[in-house]
Design a protein around this ligand. Sequence first.
Ligand code: NAD
Length: 348
Amino acid sequence: MKKILVTGGSGFIGSELVRFIIDHTEHQVLNMDCLTYAANQESLASVSGNDRYQFEQVDIRNKVAVEKVFSDFQPDIVMHLAAESHVDRSIEGPEAFIDTNVKGTFNLLEASRKLGKSDFMFHHISTDEVYGDLEGTDDLFLETTPYAPSSPYSASKAASDHLVRAWHRTYGLPVVITNCSNNYGPFQFPEKLIPHMILNAIHGKSLPVYGDGNQVRDWLFVTDHVKALLTVAQSGKVGETYNIGGFNEKSNLYVVEYICDLLDKKVSAMRDEKIKSFKELITFVKDRPGHDRRYAIDATKIKNELGWTPDESFETGIEKTVDWYLENKTWWERVLSGEYKLERKGQV
Ligand code: NAD
């Protein structure tokens, strides 16, 4: 039994990780999250009463508070997911991304160093976006691909990756980094592409696709990501980086059309009678500035060295996701209305 400190455990991937650890392992979890708009304690309802789970509402920008949690809990493993994560928001207001993603990671590294435990792992959860754009090539991102981030979000994640490597090299802190492709699945905040499209479609709203919709992303079902994270946190080699991907390169337009096809099959009754397919709701809108055209992960290293491969194909994962949003109306209705924040002590 290990003591795992998860930062950002109330967000999309973090809550899946916390639920997975409680449901499928014997480990103890402390979730440290300051509860930004992206957090949802209702995503943790199934585990919040478990005696191996505890929650601390702490902002990783607050060094003193972070160090107190480390010193009280004495984690064996830190899995660091807390971040500002939405690219569009980083373009509108980059400062929070620097404060949380860079300075917050610095605080966690320093707290880990002060803890001084010999049997310890700091696992930094990062993104494939740090590698930049693969437009015009058939290349895949390798762990050795040079960093070339395009957005304030990806630049802040790249900066935090560099800090983590430096704390290993300079101070000998045991660290491991994972860089993952786009995740999707249940409990994702509706501002992200897939839930946004599902919910807009069933409400008869337009489905806004950036530019020509031909931006390619490698999609990974969130449970597969979480299984990879636990594999790396427990068996990854200290100082190494592992890329995680779904081998599912799809254009944004393909993803949106696929969702429409599924909804046409499953809930055609929810469609406005004036249209024959949800696809008729697709509209093309002005592209995001600096929008990368293609990301693609080579996940051979984690497969060969740690034996991880994804269980879900895009087709099985997206169907599970659409079904989850159709069956869990209360969860997303409370997000859309803002009621999900009512029980909180405070909002950051
Ligand atoms: P999310 O936005 O859904 O959740 C982020 C969580 O971090 C929220 O619960 C939020 O309250 C918390 N948080 C933010 N700022 C904080 C602060 N200052 N102090 C404490 N907590 C804070 O994000 P996500 O999609 O679950 O992503 C989790 C991590 O995985 C991020 O580090 C992200 O960069 C990385 N990642 C995400 C994807 C993806 O497709 N979503 C892909 C690869 C990597």
